[in-house]
Design a protein around this ligand. Sequence first.
Ligand SMILES: C[S@@+](CC[C@H](N)C(=O)[O-])C[C@H]1O[C@@H](n2cnc3c(N)ncnc32)[C@H](O)[C@@H]1O
Length: 233
Amino acid sequence: MAASARPFVLRHTRLQPVPGLEAIRLHLADEVLPLWRAVQVEARDADAALPYWAFAWAGGLAIGQHLRNHPEIVAGRRVFDLASGSGLCAVAAAQAGAATVVAVDIDPFAVAAIEVNARANGSRVMVFRRDVLDDDPPDVEVILAGDCWYEAALAERVLPWLRAAAARGVEVVVGDPGRHYLPTSALIELARYDVQTTTELEDLGQKEGRVFAMRPDHHEPGTPVSVSPDQPR
Ligand SMILES: C[S@@+](CC[C@H](N)C(=O)[O-])C[C@H]1O[C@@H](n2cnc3c(N)ncnc32)[C@H](O)[C@@H]1O
């Protein structure tokens, strides 16, 4: 699969500037359903995932704009792009001067897409196909999480993992257009950006993408708050 994924990505996408982030060019598709059918055939898997990797999602677009406006968030730092998809956030971090960029995704086509997109932008990105959400958070300074709250099962796993990373001092940057599963009470909004997406994916072609940090004092309902004995209550 890994060997055939790269030509498949190149065959089914077109290298084009990312709307609102024209310094970044990605191999993107115009239509989702024909490509999804082609993925199912290529992977010989009727349950193959939607080709998320062939689109720049609203959350990633917001992170891209935020890093362009605030390169200091990643400049000279070790950056990890969770659920990288096309590699949009990883490339944006590299362009903003990150010292190192690691991108992970569970989809083999995404891994191929991230590799070809990093190369198309002259960006150095280390790419891994891996579900890291049961692992300890990586030893990095910044984690980018673009559009990770689109389904319940993933949402449930992403929040504790990002909170564990933030508790270790990692700066977490979340981008999302306000999807149903977004845990807003656990987040602090940093900025909003108009992003141009596509009605192939969304109800509207123009969305408001929001960028968040983790709220340091957030506790899940029912989670005991640990207080050390010598700490005043
Ligand atoms: C909506 S796309 C967002 C892609 C990109 N971050 C962006 O904003 O354009 C979500 C991505 O999450 C990936 N994904 C889903 N579950 C994952 C997991 N457990 N670990 C890593 N990636 C995952 C999917 O394969 C998909 O590429």
